[in-house]
Ligand binder design. Structure first.
Ligand SMILES: CC(C)(COP(=O)(O)OP(=O)(O)OC[C@H]1O[C@@H](n2cnc3c(N)ncnc32)[C@H](O)[C@@H]1OP(=O)(O)O)[C@@H](O)C(=O)NCCC(=O)NCCS
Length: 164
């Protein structure tokens, strides 16, 4: 069955938590090595939803297999910007779903008038960096050896997308 990209709804929260946890436990691509507790995640998601932040899920027969969200900044002077996070279960990578999720989130961000989307990505995460570059994100900086996990150092790259 085709994977569908759809706006996140409350009924997806449980599936989102499982999906997030699975990607965290790979201990490679995200800063967390396991998802925060379900209630904490749900509170975060409900807050994003209440504020109208872009939030989408990738669904395979109603199972959440990926997500993207943009957490709009609430600080005075920063409300034109938001922070992007995304991920897909391993079996769903490398077939264009990341691009579809990103296109949906950027379109939604434009609709609500955001001017700048920021993100952080590990330097070792080639597919993610390529995806963001292709979409028009630019590199804004690099933090050398920002993470050292299990004795393996990794840099963090700051990237941003600017709406003209
Ligand atoms: C990063 C991620 C969301 C990308 O989504 P995806 O569906 O795998 O990516 P796509 O299939 O849309 O491909 C995007 C680009 O990356 C390339 N790519 C995909 N997998 C790749 C791989 N393993 N190695 C190199 N390039 C790869 C694709 O060729 C494509 O480039 P193109 O436009 O030149 O063809 C996904 O791989 C993922 O969930 N990774 C783990 C979690 C994560 O890294 N989240 C982001 C944290 S910043």
């Amino acid at each position: 069955m085709d994977v569908v990209v759809a706006p996140m709804q409350a009924r997806h929260f449980g599936g989102f938590h499982e999906c997030l946890d699975a990607v965290c436990r790979e201990e490679r691509h995200l800063a967390f090595i396991e998802a925060p507790p379900r209630q904490e995640v749900e509170t975060f998601l409900r807050d994003l939803m209440a504020r109208g932040c872009p939030q989408f899920v990738a669904l395979d027969d109603e199972r959440v297999v990926g997500w993207i969200d943009i957490n709009v900044n609430t600080l005075p002077g920063f409300t034109h910007s938001g922070r992007l996070g995304m991920g897909l279960l391993p079996a769903y990578r490398g077939r264009g779903l990341g691009r579809r999720l990103l296109e949906s989130a950027l379109a939604a961000a434009k609709l609500i008038g955001l001017k700048r989307i920021e993100l952080q990505v590990f330097a070792s995460n080639g597919p993610a960096i390529k995806l963001y570059e292709r979409a028009g994100f630019v590199h804004e900086g690099r933090r050398d050896r920002a993470r050292i996990l299990h004795d393996i150092p990794d840099d963090i790259i700051d990237m941003a997308y600017h709406f003209s």
